[in-house]
Design a protein around this ligand. Structure first.
Ligand code: SF4
Ligand code: SF4
Length: 677
């Protein structure tokens, strides 16, 4: 007989169970409703498009636990433990619904008791319990014995580990005591039956066995009911929320920056927690505090104060502190949070300006949190509403406004089209039409070292018979540095101006050498009416080699390693084409860096940081990346981004290792390999 069918102090077990369940359900719903109302404080954002596709993508990510398993590396297998916990716990959850919700709660236990279904399901739970216990041991060892830096040994984590372990033990105990109390001789489920066999021979009376069985049963379900109340109030809220966060993640491009309606806004960016969108606030609930973002962040690893994990957790805490006052429509918030400003106290300016927008945090986050756009929203507020930014950023933005490029110094004395002098390249004049535009970018057009790569690119395109034109002096910045620095006015102006220029020349296809331009024109211009086919030059070159339009015949006899630019790799998934092009070079011995492809490490130049001073007293990110290249034993580090090229040049110069390591743009090597000996 199921313990819910028994009577306790004259009260039917069903009644006790459902009263307890109802109390827990009310507390559960109350908390979720509160969190929902807090989330609704955020600004509107449409993430309900393509719902069918979203649901499918979420199920594909969550059920096979790809969200966790994709983070598994040889050095970090915690994702396997998480997946085991998820699958094991899901089986238990289903059992609670079947055996209690349906059979026990509705009084249908007799329909299930003793059936093959019960035996099979209990056996599955036995196995699931073992898997969950293995996962718990792994988690406890990692958190309390060999704790990696990314994990915190919090009391909350310990409570959950203990409670889940207690549940697993109670599951076996309930079957063991139940079977022995009711004289059931069975060999399945294996653990429960083995315990029952032991108890039957232990000399305990039937009455004792029955009493312990009932106590264990109630304790088991009290823990489950307690979980319902505790989970939404704890850091384990992510168990409930993260599937939703995965459901509403960006479907296409991973970093969605919302255009600002410039004429409508009273102030810009995020100055208060409710200036973020509801999706940004949902992100905060979803954090599992796994610390993967913290452990991958180049700013954090180079000693800066920024930790993407802490940004998320601090914003969450701020939302929970200030939210109740906001919901009540009161200006008053708890005294401890009253004096806090979001920018300054919750997230510092130093943290905000330390981000290279490299995307490493988002790449490793198992619950698809979007860190970068929060940081950009904070920058937007600093720049547009508070006129606060590092001096170096001010200079860059002034240059953009006055000259259409971010460069100062000797570069500013050049004209953008100077690099074309003496070359047989078609420069578009007013009224000229062209199908394919070679978009050079500010750095490729103006910085001496990068001009070498631009010239190589033009020669390679001509050698391959590609019919292209350039804008010459009429080209201007794509707006990427302005956008990443939060200066949205300037970006929108440049985007609109460039789109009008492209349209006036009838441009259909744009070949960009700079991954930042490529990303901006390809993924961000469509919001402003600019829908063009945009390719990165590495894609074009790989295709030209494949079609036999480019023949690489000269042996280079070099050991090469390739640095994935963040805006090409992580932002746009272009990993294979550059490698295919390099591997087509005769005599090139290719070595992969330990941190490569989606796990690549930033050069330190993205997010406007090419022009913004790194926090003093910290390691330079480009030097860390140069160390990665040196470890491969390569004599040449190859990249496909003008910023990365610059950052490596600077670091090689600083380390004084020019004799042992060179940096080349991929197109320079392709051109060198094309020449006949
Ligand atoms: S984008 Fe890169 S630098 Fe910025 S927080 Fe994420 S990992 Fe750190
Ligand atoms: S933001 Fe994502 S990666 Fe970072 S700690 Fe939270 S769950 Fe982990």
């Amino acid at each position: 007989m199921s313990p819910v069918s028994a009577t306790y102090w004259g009260i039917p077990g069903y009644a006790i169970f459902w009263v307890l369940f109802a109390i827990a359900a009310v507390l559960f719903a109350q908390r979720l409703y509160f969190l929902f109302r807090l989330m609704r404080l955020g600004k509107a954002e449409n993430r309900f498009d393509n719902l069918g596709q979203r649901i499918k993508a979420m199920l594909v990510e969550v059920i096979p636990q790809w969200c966790n398993l994709k983070t598994v590396t040889r050095k970090d297998i915690a994702g396997i433990g998480h997946a085991l916990l998820f699958w094991g716990f899901s089986l238990f959850l289903i059992s609670y619904i079947i055996f209690i919700g349906l059979a026990g709660g509705f009084g249908a236990s007799s329909a299930i008791e003793g059936t093959n279904f019960e035996v099979v399901y209990f056996s599955i739970l036995d196995v699931a319990g073992v898997l969950v216990t293995i996962a718990l041991i792994m988690a406890a060892v990692r958190r309390y014995i060999i704790r990696p830096e990314r994990l915190e040994a919090s009391a909350e984590a310990g409570i959950i580990l203990i409670l889940v372990f207690v549940l697993m033990a109670l599951n076996v105990a309930v079957v063991g005591f139940g079977y022995s109390a009711h004289d059931i001789n069975a060999s399945w489920p294996p653990l429960g039956s083995a315990l029952a066999g032991y108890l039957s021979g232990s000399g305990l009376s039937q009455g004792t066995l029955e009493a312990v069985y009932q106590a264990m049963w109630w304790l088991h379900y009290l823990v489950i009911i307690g979980f319902m109340v505790y989970i939404p109030r704890s850091k384990h809220l992510h168990i409930l929320v993260s599937p939703l966060n995965i459901l509403f993640r960006p479907l296409g491009h991973k970093v969605v920056l919302k255009p600002i309606p410039l004429e409508e806004a009273e102030y810009f960016g995020a100055a208060k927690i409710e200036d973020f969108t509801w999706k940004d606030l949902l992100d905060l609930y979803s954090c599992a505090v796994c610390g993967r973002c913290h452990a991958s962040c180049p700013a954090q690893l180079s000693g800066k104060s920024l930790s993407p994990r802490e940004v998320v957790l601090n914003l969450k805490e701020h939302l929970l502190e200030t939210g109740p006052g906001l919901l009540a429509g009161k200006a008053e918030v708890p005294p401890e949070s009253k004096a806090k400003t979001m920018i300054g106290d919750v997230v510092t300016e130093e943290e905000i300006w330390a981000c290279t927008t490299c995307g490493a945090c988002q790449e490793v986050c198992p619950v698809s949190i979007e860190h970068i756009r929060k940081i950009i929203e904070l920058r937007r507020n600093l720049v547009l509403s508070q006129n606060k930014m590092p001096e170096s950023a001010q200079l860059m933005l002034r240059n953009l406004q006055s000259r259409g490029n971010p460069w100062a110094g000797v570069q500013s004395l050049r004209l953008r089209g100077d690099w074309t002098s003496g070359l047989d390249v078609k420069i578009l004049a007013e009224g000229d039409k062209a199908r394919t535009l070679f978009w050079v970018g500010c750095t490729g057009a103006l910085v001496e070292r990068n001009v070498e790569a631009t010239l190589a690119m033009a020669r390679v395109l001509k050698a391959a018979g590609v019919n292209f034109a350039v804008l010459g002096d009429a080209e201007t910045c794509c707006g990427d540095p302005a956008r990443r620095a939060g200066y949205e006015f300037q970006f929108q102006m440049m985007a609109e101006q460039n789109i009008a220029t492209f349209k006036s020349h009838g441009i259909k296809e744009i070949v960009a050498t700079c991954p930042h331009c490529y990303n901006t024109i390809k993924n961000e211009y469509p919001s402003y009416g600019g829908d063009f086919k945009v390719v990165h030059y590495t894609q074009l070159i790989a295709d030209l080699i494949r079609r036999g339009k480019l023949k690489l015949t000269k042996e280079l006899n070099s050991i090469l390693t390739y640095h994935d630019p963040c805006y090409l790799g992580r932002y746009n998934g272009v990993y294979q084409e550059p490698r295919r092009a390099l591997q087509a070079i005769p005599g090139a011995n290719f070595k992969e860096m330990e941190r490569s492809k989606n796990n690549s490490f930033c050069c330190g130049g993205g997010g406007g940081l090419m022009w913004i001073e790194e926090q003093p007293g910290t390691t330079k990110i480009n030097q860390m990346r140069t160390e990665d290249a040196l470890k491969t034993g390569a004599d040449t580090v190859v990249t496909a981004c003008p910023y990365c090229l610059q950052m490596f040049e600077e670091s090689i110069e600083h380390k004084d290792i020019k004799d042992s390591l060179k940096v080349k743009d991929l197109v320079e090597l392709v051109e060198a390999a094309m020449k006949q000996p």
